[in-house]
Design a protein around this ligand. Structure first.
Ligand SMILES: Cc1cc2nc3c(=O)[nH]c(=O)nc-3n(C[C@H](O)[C@H](O)[C@H](O)COP(=O)(O)OP(=O)(O)OC[C@H]3O[C@@H](n4cnc5c(N)ncnc54)[C@H](O)[C@@H]3O)c2cc1C
Length: 371
């Protein structure tokens, strides 16, 4: 049993490779998890749970998904509003020139090239440790004007309170490449994510039970094995307490104008309660005289009230996760865990696919041995 991307991959593998029957149990009224998309009343393909851009370094993941979709080439661009100007993000050499007088920007560029080299991505917290006064100034500038407030809004924590892996997602990129991602494979599923998932699970051995919490049916179903891609703490009735998450409120708006902003996403690190506005058309490619926006308002996660979107990667949460992982061992492989919520890991879609493919190869394709 399972639900979203990881669930679709596992169901597809189990049905086609092992010829076994799979039941997907999902409490929402649709498949696809947070990558679900649909056409709104204006004919715009929108991402119900926030903008999802597919990007990966992994050829196996790309090849696997390409069996179920064709792709629309798309490079995501992001601008951030800083000091009243819209500048490229991640902060790169073009951003320097957009924010500072040319002579000073040139000086900073030289320093960055000398200290780190062209093409390097340097986490802001690392740049802050620089011995050069000008680079330390630059790091402080980026930290205070772009990083600090955005992180506080997004996570309700200071950057230092999160694992370095999260903060490394916002580096300074010593390059003139304004694309948000540099992965070799970047594209959007031509007919959307939901259609891609629908094709993955279109198999006579796969059945889907929507609008059902798996906990309501788990005792009524006979199964060899279950895969839980819902929250790991929920599975164990929160015996060690709740794993914290960050939630979001997505507000959609359709405007009677062809375009609203210059690029797919504009971040608001300092202004308003929102973190970012995404104009869906850029991602999904519709041509229309109207345009649909989604604004993201970060929220505290309250179980039963809103959805757990982001696991919060930090030391104290890893300690609690370790307690749950010990419980997983006692199940001796009869229930496996995968996905953002099952593994409590800040996966991108490609990582959720990698995890599911790996789990299938290592744990599921092999017979279960209970000692
Ligand atoms: C705002 C946002 C933007 C993102 N942008 C990107 C991006 O641009 N690129 C990218 O690669 N990744 C992005 N991601 C990450 C991406 O959404 C995840 O990597 C991916 O969806 C993980 O899939 P999953 O299989 O772990 O399941 P999830 O998508 O986490 O879905 C889990 C499913 O389990 C269901 N469920 C939970 N509990 C139960 C229960 N008790 N019973 C039944 N069903 C249950 C939920 O309803 C949900 O449908 C983004 C995530 C968010 C939140």
């Amino acid at each position: 049993m399972g639900r979203a991307i990881a669930a679709c991959v596992l169901a597809e593998r189990i049905a086609t490779q092992l010829q076994k029957r799979v039941l997907i149990v999902e409490k929402r009224n649709h498949i696809g998890g947070n990558a679900y998309d649909y056409y709104n009343e204006h004919g715009h393909l929108v991402h119900k749970y926030g903008p999802h851009i597919f990007h990966t370094k992994s050829k196996p993941v790309w090849d696997y998904l390409s069996r179920f979709t064709t792709w629309r080439p798309y490079y995501h661009h992001v601008l951030a509003v800083v000091d009243g100007k819209k500048v490229p993000i991640p902060f790169n050499l073009n951003t320097l020139y957009a924010l500072f007088p040319p002579r000073y920007a040139e000086k900073l560029e030289d320093l960055l090239l000398d200290n780190f080299g062209f093409g390097k991505k340097v986490p802001i917290l690392q740049l802050r440790e620089s011995s050069s006064g000008d680079l330390a100034f630059l790091a402080d500038y980026i930290y205070n004007n772009i990083f600090l407030h955005y992180t506080q809004k997004q996570w309700n924590l200071k950057p230092e309170e999160l694992d370095s892996g999260v903060t490394a997602r916002v580096p300074i990129y010593i390059s003139r490449d304004n694309r948000y991602f540099q992965d070799p494979y970047q594209a959007m599923p031509q007919q959307g994510y939901t259609e891609m998932f629908r094709r993955m699970i279109e198999h006579p051995h796969i059945k889907v039970l929507l609008k059902t919490d798996y906990r309501e049916v788990i005792n009524d179903i006979r199964f060899d094995r279950a895969v839980c891609t819902g929250p790991i703490d929920e599975f164990f009735d929160y015996v060690y307490g709740e794993m914290p998450y960050r939630s979001l409120d997505f507000r959609f708006e359709t405007l009677d104008q062809e375009h609203y902003q210059e690029v797919g996403t504009v971040n608001y690190p300092n202004d308003y309660d929102i973190t970012r506005i995404t104009e869906q058309k850029y991602l999904t490619g519709q041509v229309s005289p109207k345009t649909t926006l989604v604004k993201e308002f970060p929220q505290v996660y309250i179980p039963g009230r809103n959805d757990p979107y982001y696991p919060i990667p930090r030391a104290e949460n890893r300690e609690r996760l370790a307690l749950y992982l010990k419980e997983v061992k006692t199940l001796k492989g009869s229930v496996l865990f995968a996905g953002r919520l099952g593994d409590y890991k800040y996966y991108n879609m490609d990582q959720a696919v990698t995890r599911a493919l790996g789990l299938f190869e290592k744990e599921i394709a092999r017979p279960l041995v209970v000692s």
